[in-house]
Design a protein around this ligand. Structure first.
Ligand SMILES: Nc1ncnc2c1ncn2[C@@H]1O[C@H](COP(=O)(O)OP(=O)(O)OP(=O)(O)O)[C@@H](O)[C@H]1O
Ligand SMILES: [Mg+2]
Length: 247
């Protein structure tokens, strides 16, 4: 079954074509990495797939729901974590989650479950204003999981986090996969994408330059022992010897 189906998806901002006729599928239960340089169109794509931004052209479904015409059905099926999202700083972790649970009509028992799932149970009474970036990110993920979404979108979930917390976040994602949740994530950390993702798409100037399992991508470039970073740099206009080349 397909969790995400994208056909000719396009988004223009005035003259800028941010996302240019993307077509791809994500299978249910997959961890799908969406990679690409700054400005490649990753966040714009997530906004369209989560019903927050209207495509200029093309169509997309998530869990079978059209992202434009079926937004009401789409919402309960998905969870989203963006970097700029807010938490109520004057509330503790548990208060934040109880508040969101009430707001979304989710059973209060879920609060304890998601706190455990993201490893915040011992710090649940701490005021969110005192949270480190890592704790804040855990709380945002917990909040996105309250209603048990079938597809979770994570925009740069490990950005700015120390290696230990980043590893914890990856473990949370892997654990979600074992529960059958589909995860669509962006990251600038190629090793992370390599370790975590079943398949990755490399986006460049709003278009998919490559899409495959990390190992296949590494084998398909003309360089011995290539890393995913080598693949990324080769496909996005950098010479392997270093420095950028005109595209
Ligand atoms: N609200 C907006 N108005 C105008 N242009 C925008 C807007 N949002 C994004 N863009 C442009 O669309 C393109 C894609 O941006 P987007 O934020 O989707 O990239 P990204 O891949 O998420 O980049 P990053 O890795 O830096 O987060 C860029 O050229 C960006 O400047
Ligand atoms: Mg972005």
């Amino acid at each position: 079954m397909l969790a995400i189906e994208v056909k000719g998806l396009t988004r223009k901002y005035d003259d800028v074509v941010a996302v240019d006729q993307l077509s791809f599928d994500v299978a249910a239960g997959e961890i799908f990495g969406f990679l690409g340089p700054n400005g490649a169109g990753k966040t714009t794509t997530i906004k369209m797939l989560t019903g927050q931004l209207r495509p200029t052209n093309g169509t997309a479904t998530v869990c079978g729901f059209d992202v434009v015409t079926q937004r009401q059905q789409l919402k309960p099926a998905i969870g989203v974590v963006f970097e700029y999202q807010n938490i109520y700083e004057r509330m503790t972790a548990v208060e934040n989650l109880r508040f969101s649970a009430r707001l979304y009509g989710v059973n209060g028992n879920r609060v304890k479950e998601v706190l455990t799932q993201v490893g915040l149970q011992d710090q649940k009474r701490k005021k969110s204003a005192k949270f480190s970036n890592g704790m804040k990110q855990r709380l945002l993920i917990a909040r996105a999981l309250l209603h048990q979404p079938r597809v979770l979108f994570l925009d740069e979930p490990t950005r700015g986090l120390d290696p230990g917390v980043a590893r914890d976040i990856r473990a949370i994602v892997q654990n979600l996969k074992t529960q059958g949740v589909t995860v669509f994530l962006t990251t600038h950390y190629m090793e992370e994408a390599d370790k975590l993702c079943d398949r990755v798409a490399i986006l460049h100037n709003g278009r998919i330059a490559a899409l495959d399992k990390p190992n296949n991508l590494k084998q398909n470039i003309d360089q011995a022992n290539a890393t995913l970073e080598d693949v990324f740099l080769a496909l996005t206009g950098y010479s392997l010897a270093g420095g950028s080349v005109p595209s």
